[in-house]
Ligand binder design. Structure first.
Ligand code: NAD
Length: 288
């Protein structure tokens, strides 16, 4: 099977939230025609508007030409149906962090795309081996894990499951480099590399908050003072507490309930209260 990808290859991004919008921007900046689909009415169009605002700001700061900003936006088409994936050489899903939802989506996509189209998941923690299990062509399924904010962060984890074809992992690795990212290969273990190491960091932060040891702003100031670019609470507000909670639960579950990865009541309270962080206007901090 031919899996080579170039910067003219049509790309489809499914899920137009924080990550999907950023992935669409980076792909379009590299030259790909991009279809951007979200199950929620109007979400893809709203993402395009957010991208336009962000690109305008870069133009105003002199970091991007107005022509380049316009060309990037012109390459992204908001799509109301996943049928827009037909003809794509690469589909990147960035939907909710739930294994069943991602598996269902991949099954639907297999009925639409060509047999050699690569199906990539931006999952933070879910097993790529498990996501590929029911596919007719499991070798095409690979993890392509970007970091937030996608246009800024260089690192990309290229995650291989048990049945990922090496040519697929190599193709998306090479493509990420053409997207000016710094990819690394990882095997499909719970949380891969960064989230495996980061989970206990968030867990200790949340334990300190639950013990009322200090306010979020104090914890953030301490960790920034220790050299971190962001403190853990502002970082969790950036990620989104719904997504972060789902990732914690997934890594905990995949590690057979190992208490080092346990989710926190503080996280669940924030999610239950709709205090999801920047994306809802409020989390640990007020972002309105
Ligand atoms: P988000 O909540 O901002 O966006 C998810 C979007 O997916 C929503 O717009 C939702 O309407 C849409 N969606 C849900 N189910 C769908 C379906 N079946 N079909 C089409 N659209 C659907 O979430 P996010 O932060 O962008 O995270 C998306 C994925 O990226 C998750 O797997 C997450 O773990 C991963 N990720 C997130 C971050 C982060 O910092 N937020 C970082 C790396 C990876």
């Amino acid at each position: 099977m031919r899996h080579a990808l170039d910067t003219q290859s049509p790309v489809c991004v499914i899920g137009a939230g924080i990550m999907g919008a950023g992935i669409a921007q980076v792909a379009a900046q590299a030259g790909h025609p991009v279809q951007l689909h979200d199950a929620r009415d109007g979400a893809a169009l709203a993402a395009l508007r957010r991208l336009a605002t962000g690109l305008d700001a870069l133009v105003a700061k002199g970091r991007l030409s107005a022509e380049a900003a316009q060309a990037t936006l012109a390459r992204i088409t908001p799509a109301t149906s996943i049928d827009a994936a037909a003809g794509a050489r690469l589909v990147v899903e960035a939907i909710v962090e739930q294994a069943e939802a991602k598996r269902t989506l991949f099954a639907q996509l297999e009925a639409i795309v060509d047999a050699d189209c690569v199906l990539a998941s931006n999952t933070s923690s879910i097993s790529i081996t498990a996501l590929a299990r029911d596919l007719r062509h499991p070798g095409r399924c690979v993890g392509l894990h970007f970091f937030n904010p996608v246009p800024v962060m260089k690192l990309v984890e290229v995650v291989s499951g048990l049945r990922t074809e090496p040519s697929v992992a190599q193709a998306v690795f090479a493509l990420s480099e053409r997207w000016r990212k710094t990819p690394v290969h990882a095997r499909s273990t719970p949380g891969f590399i960064v989230n495996r190491i980061a989970r206990p960091y968030y867990a200790e932060t949340l334990a300190l908050l639950q013990e009322r040891a200090a306010e979020p702003a104090v914890l953030d100031a301490c960790l920034r003072g220790a050299g971190f670019r962001m403190g853990p609470c502002e970082l969790m507000d950036l990620i989104g507490h719904d997504t972060n909670f789902a990732v914690t639960a997934s890594v905990h579950d995949a590690n057979f309930g190992d208490r080092r990865y346990g989710p926190s009541l503080v996280q669940r309270e924030l999610v239950d209260g709709g205090l999801l962080g920047r994306k809802s206007g409020r989390g640990f901090y007020d972002h309105a």
